[in-house]
Design a binder for this molecule. Sequence first.
Ligand SMILES: Nc1ncnc2c1ncn2[C@@H]1O[C@H](COP(=O)(O)OP(=O)(O)OP(=O)(O)O)[C@@H](O)[C@H]1O
Length: 345
Amino acid sequence: MLRESVSSLKILISNLTYNFGQIADVLKTLQDVYGEKEPKSQMRNGDLSYPRIDDRWETKPTGMEIEFCDVSFKYPGTKRFALQNVSFKIKPGQMVAIVGVNGSGKSTITKLFNRLHDVTEGQVLIDGLPITSYKMKEVQQTIAILRQNHSEYPFSLRLNVELGAPNHSGITDEEIHEAIKAGGAAAFIKKLPNGFETVLDPIDLTETFTYGAFDHEVFDKLDDMLQEKTRSSSISGGESQRLAASRTFMRIMKNDIRLIIADEPTSALDATGEMAVFKRLREQRGDKTVVFITHRFGHLTKHADLILVMKDGHLVESGTHDELVSEDGEYNKLFQVQAQAFTTD
Ligand SMILES: Nc1ncnc2c1ncn2[C@@H]1O[C@H](COP(=O)(O)OP(=O)(O)OP(=O)(O)O)[C@@H](O)[C@H]1O
């Protein structure tokens, strides 16, 4: 079934690339195909709609409120706790940084926000109610995630960005340009001969169709178009992160997003590139809550309303940059290691 879907997807994409098909059909097939790869969730689905609309909540800001109440968590099939007795509260619209050494539990915290997993002990509250009481999909639809490792799809750069809003057809060129600019991808895409129509890892026409499927004239015409369209297809790690950021900005622009999670999304970017992406994130986020994970201390941590410091699965400190530096604990230790790089030979 999956093979057949992939095969029909390839044909649809080839058609799309050459403007013969309808984007909505392709996206539907794409959702079906990628949906098949998702493991079926065994987690309990709540019956409350999210966001909640009633007299009490309608006037609330549009950012998500998240509270961890004594949360402990073990990954399925493991004996070790990845998180132990973690408690914190993120207010709506706050910009929060999670820091800590490798393996301290930073990413695991964010995986509990969108119910990739459920807690082993304790409770996660969203807008004051247990996360499990909401319809899981509706909570996930309000979260935009920007990760370090992300996928690129073998389609045009344009479609890679449009995938941020797969339920929206008729995305305009202006919207694509806006998302690409926000993600910091405009400069590298402009240099490509086919701009945002450039196809990534293009599909080999001979794999998709055989000469027998079309007469020679049609096949040769398609093949010529493929050669023309796919002159440049490989992008660097940093460009790939800029593309993924553009896709997330598209998702933020076109959906009712209440939480943005950024898990080291700029690790492959130079300092200027990173600063530009986060500047745009701050500009575009409005009242949305933002949680980012970072190993770099600087403008990001300085702007954070709250910093959570993780160590061995425990939350060891929390506060603002200034508060944590004056506490002279784990945060200050990590901060000084980076600060000293500038002050010593
Ligand atoms: N899918 C998984 N299955 C089992 N254990 C996992 C899984 N993912 C992470 N872990 C373990 O959980 C602990 C916390 O991992 P996590 O990825 O949250 O750390 P992190 O602070 O985000 O690390 P890094 O800075 O390296 O990204 C680690 O001991 C890790 O090995």
